[in-house]
Design a protein around this ligand. Sequence first.
Ligand SMILES: C[S@@+](CC[C@H](N)C(=O)[O-])C[C@H]1O[C@@H](n2cnc3c(N)ncnc32)[C@H](O)[C@@H]1O
Ligand code: SF4
Length: 387
Amino acid sequence: MADSAGLGDPGFAVYVHWPFCLAKCPYCDFNSHVRATPPDEARFVAAFSREIAHRAALSPGRKVRSIFFGGGTPSLMAPRTVGAILDKIAKHWTLEPNAEITLEANPTSVEAGRFRGYQGAGVNRVSVGVQALNDADLRALGRRHSVAEAVAALETAKSIFPRMSFDLIYGRVGQSEAQWREELEKAMKLATEHVSLYQLTVEPETIFERLWQAGKLALPDEDLGRALWDTTQEIAEKHGMPGYETSNHARPGAESRHNLVYWRYGDYVGVGPGAHGRVLSGGKRRAQATEKHPEMWLAQVEIEGHGLIADDPLSQEEQSDEYLLMGLRLREGVDIHRYEAISGRRLARSQIESLAAEGFVTEQGGRIMVTPMGAPLLDTIVADLAA
Ligand SMILES: C[S@@+](CC[C@H](N)C(=O)[O-])C[C@H]1O[C@@H](n2cnc3c(N)ncnc32)[C@H](O)[C@@H]1O
Ligand code: SF4
């Protein structure tokens, strides 16, 4: 259930956002931007360095459990850029022994060609965005790689990094349960220790949203969506990678330590355009966010020494709501005592008991967990418990 880091200390992590992509995928609403000319990486390195120094001054003396390069497409960065950012993080904080250092990679052959360089720079885990194991669906998702290229990138990743994960999106247009079953069986044979399996969501202001509103995107209805989710849990579990979070599956002990810091409501600092953080600073837990637009972030950091546009103390109620929202995504659930310590109030027994009687949650060893039956109703369950 728990990873090797244990449940006691949720840990401290650093997120680094690289906001550029070669093309915008029609389903994606991440903070990713396409530029006609490649960004000036040296200028970005200088800005990341200043932002890291600034954040370390606000949260000094921390031990870093995990660093995650996310995007956008971090596998477009030169390995020396990644190395320079890692050096700055290690200079300002201490890395835990065996710190997890992950880089999100797109699976084109050019990017896989940089994997050795990332390993040399200190990266020890990659998360590869495969998305589909079917060329027609890759095209429909606007991806610029083929299945063969993705499989080759996974093989390269396995030969270079001690740890590897990849992402798939299911619930695609016209996808039947039988097709997904077959594809997921293939995927599980490619997996080593961790996979992220996301159900396609129609995000605001994406091309997929426009198509969907125009009735041109035949996505699974609620029943098929549920069946696809059940199949996902069954097959991943059969292959020894049970779901430890709504969309994440791992061999026990191989969970993403980075994501566990978020979901266990640990502290994390976010650097780069549009990065978020939650940190204890001056005795208060604060919500931090940076300027989203890449060049505006760059300009702000060059003038002010940081890209923060928000750095606000969170009320007890906000913190306890966040703890529930994050923690109940995990199979291990939330610690009732910790919830009560954060919120300063008791969880209503009557709420827990009525949700348990309906089969949506279970209570065990001082923790509350959402059951597979309750998983699709997570937001409602959180609202009920927080009320
Ligand atoms: C930051 S994104 C992408 C990282 C990398 N640029 C890539 O495309 O492979 C992380 C993951 O979120 C998932 N994702 C993005 N948009 C999604 C959506 N609308 N629905 C479901 N999953 C989505 C994809 O699986 C993707 O790999
Ligand atoms: S899915 Fe990945 S490659 Fe596509 S736009 Fe989003 S971040 Fe960029």
